[in-house]
Design a protein around this ligand. Structure first.
Ligand SMILES: C=C1C[C@]23C[C@@]1(O)CC[C@H]2[C@@]12CCC[C@@](C)(C(=O)O1)[C@H]2[C@@H]3C(=O)O
Ligand SMILES: O=C(O)CCC(=O)C(=O)O
Ligand SMILES: [Fe+2]
Length: 350
């Protein structure tokens, strides 16, 4: 594969990861725009125990103040996660030419390669991705013609578990906004049978010079909620804006020290739905000297459903801040306007 082709697809050739010195194409100049800090004291990322009697209140506070939290006591069996992790190892360990058999093609979300945000990046990310849409079967058959069923079974098992966790979390978030059980079913994401989900597997290879590269550039997720499984290696950072405590800083999400947890991110559509109350967190992934694997599971409304501020939140006292938009509509706007997309659907205050 020529470098030109790989640049066009924004696929990061795995052999690059073997380099002793990092190619200029992967060196980021603005990595230290803000200091990176540890998650302690007022910068401690909230940890939410799903069995907490004050769950609703705590989830609401975390979504408003942080837009990210760690969820513990989620009820998903560790074996399910171990099986997912070993299939991710198996996938990313395949030779480049095999993975390229399932490379993403124009207009299709699923497959191996880069991700939409990489088209805005001046540099390559130190990562590989694999997106799974409604079914992994077609791609798995191409990757492992003689044994594709194990991969598919593990993915389906994980999807079932994570879908149910996602529904519990979205439910709690909507209740925290003051909706009744009946009202939340009427929202674009309150009915679990009407959600669209996408699973994105990420591999961040170890790097000899991790301070010069980035696994994923700063971004917000476009959907409502993303639940991130990780293999216990740190790397994810969230931006905290200047406040009374400190200047703007990147806070490391403590994935290494709190085992058996998921990270939950609030995305753009949840920010819109909550009429700006929930914070769509800006985050990035840094690299270390250890391989990191993660699986981000994105929840949003079905493609044709428009999301606007909940009428209960955008009433007489608080005007609606955004015009309604569909998930693909917002993704299209992001592909043109990058991080100015939400600005484009903002309702003018004049
Ligand atoms: C549903 C999706 C969310 C995502 C685009 C995608 O179709 C699959 C990849 C996802 C991802 C992962 C890395 C960051 C991100 C912004 C990107 O470019 O690709 C997200 C996308 C998103 O949130 O829109
Ligand atoms: O790898 C991670 O921890 C986060 C991944 C992420 O932000 C994404 O896939 O959108
Ligand atoms: Fe993300």
């Amino acid at each position: 594969m020529s470098l030109h082709t790989s640049r066009k697809l924004k696929i990061h050739q795995p052999e690059n990861f073997q380099y002793e010195s990092i190619p200029d194409s992967h060196v980021w100049d603005d990595l230290h725009d803000h200091p990176s800090v540890e998650p302690i004291g007022p910068d401690a990322v909230p940890v939410i125990d799903l069995n907490d009697p004050k769950l609703i209140e705590k989830i609401g506070k975390a979504c408003e103040e942080w837009g990210v939290f760690i969820v513990s006591n989620h009820g998903i069996e560790p074996e399910v996660l171990d099986r997912l992790c070993s299939q991710m190892h198996r996938l990313f360990a395949l030779p480049a030419e095999v993975k390229l058999k399932v490379a993403k093609t124009e207009g299709h979300d699923a497959g191996y390669g880069g991700f939409p945000i990489s088209h805005f990046s001046p540099k390559f990310s130190w990562s590989e991705g694999f997106a799974i849409g409604s079914s992994p079967v077609d791609h798995a058959q191409k990757l492992w013609p003689d044994d594709y069923s194990t991969f598919c079974e593990v993915i389906e098992e994980y999807k079932k578990a994570i879908n149910s966790l996602g529904c519990r979390l979205i439910h709690a978030m909507l209740l925290s906004l003051g909706l009744s059980e009946e009202e939340l079913c009427q929202t674009p994401v309150g009915d679990s049978s009407k959600l669209k989900t996408v699973m994105h597997l990420n591999s961040y290879p170890a790097c000899t010079n991790p301070d010069r590269v980035l696994g994923l550039p700063p971004h917000t997720d476009s959907g409502c909620v993303a639940i991130v499984y990780h293999n216990g290696i740190s790397g994810l950072q969230v931006l905290r804006r200047k406040d009374d405590i400190a200047p703007t800083r990147w806070v490391m999400v403590p994935t290494a020290t709190i085992p058996n947890t998921f990270v939950v991110n609030i995305g753009d559509l949840m920010h819109v739905l909550s009429n700006g109350r929930f914070h769509n967190v800006l985050h990035r992934v840094t690299i270390s000297k250890t391989n990191r694997l993660s699986c981000a599971y994105f929840f949003g409304p079905q493609a044709d459903v428009k999301v606007g501020p909940l009428s209960k939140l955008a009433g007489l006292e608080q005007r609606p801040l955004y015009k309604p938009v569909t998930w693909p509509g917002l993704q299209k706007m992001r592909s043109m306007l990058h991080n100015k997309a939400l600005q484009a659907i903002k309702i003018d205050s004049n």
